[in-house]
Design a protein around this ligand. Sequence first.
Ligand code: 0O2
Length: 217
Amino acid sequence: MEKIVDLLKDTSIPRFIDEEVRPFRNLMLEYRCALKEVETKFDVLSDEFSLKYNRNPVESIKTRLKSPNSILGKLKRKNLPLKATSIEENLNDVAGIRIICSFIDDIYDLVSMFTRQDDIKVIEVKDYIKNPKENGYRSLHLIIEVPIFLTDCTKNVRVEVQFRTIAMDFWASLEHEIKYKKNVNSKEVYDELRELATINHNLDVRMQNLRKSVELK
Ligand code: 0O2
C-alpha cells in the first residue's frame, strides 16, 4: 500500500484518486483471493495427475499481482479513467498466474482439465505455442473468470493464466531481462533471440518425443 501513497504524491495523477484508495484496496483483495482459488485448482490437478500417472506435469506455479504503478501506468497509456471500476472493466492481467510444465502436451492436458471445471469461465485464449509471436515468444495465455465467495456476495474475478514449458519460460525470462532491463533493441539481438526461440522449441519437441518413446518401451 505504500506504493499508492507514493502515487498520490505524483502530481500528474489527478487528486480524485484519493477517494479511489478504498475501492482499490478492496479490488486488490479480490484479485488476491482469485489467485488463491486458481492456484489451489492447479495444486489439486497436479496432485491427482501425479498419483494417477506417476509423474508431475507441473514444474512450478508463480502468482503475481500487478503493482499499483504498473496498473496506473497501463490505465494512463490506454487513456482510461484512474478508477477501481475502470481497472475491473478494462484490465485482464492484474491477477496473473504462471504454470510451468515439463512438456508441451502437459500444457494442453492441463488447459483442458482446468477449463472444463464448472466454475471457470473462459473469456479469451491466446495460443502463442501454435502461433508464436513474431519475436519467437511461445506460451499459452488464458483470460478466465473465477468466482470468489466474500462475506456478503459472490464475485467473478478475472485472472490471466499463462502456461509455459520450462524451456519457454527460460527463453521468455532471459528475453525479458535483455529487452527491458538492459534496454537493448538492435536487430542483431532481435534476430539472435528469434533463432534461440526456434532452437528452444526444437528442444521442447525432441524432449517430448523422447518421453513418448520411453513410455512406449
Ligand atoms: P508482466 O510483468 O509479465 O505482467 P494486454 O495485457 O492484453 O494489453 P497483450 O500484449 O495483448 O497486452 O497481452 P499478451 O500478448 O497476452 O501478453 C501479456 C503478457 O505475456 C506480458 O505481460 C508478458 O508476461 C507475456 N509476454 C507477451 N509477449 C511477450 C514477449 O514477447 N516476451 C516476454 N518475455 N513476455 C511476453 P506484461 O504486462 O508485458 O508483463
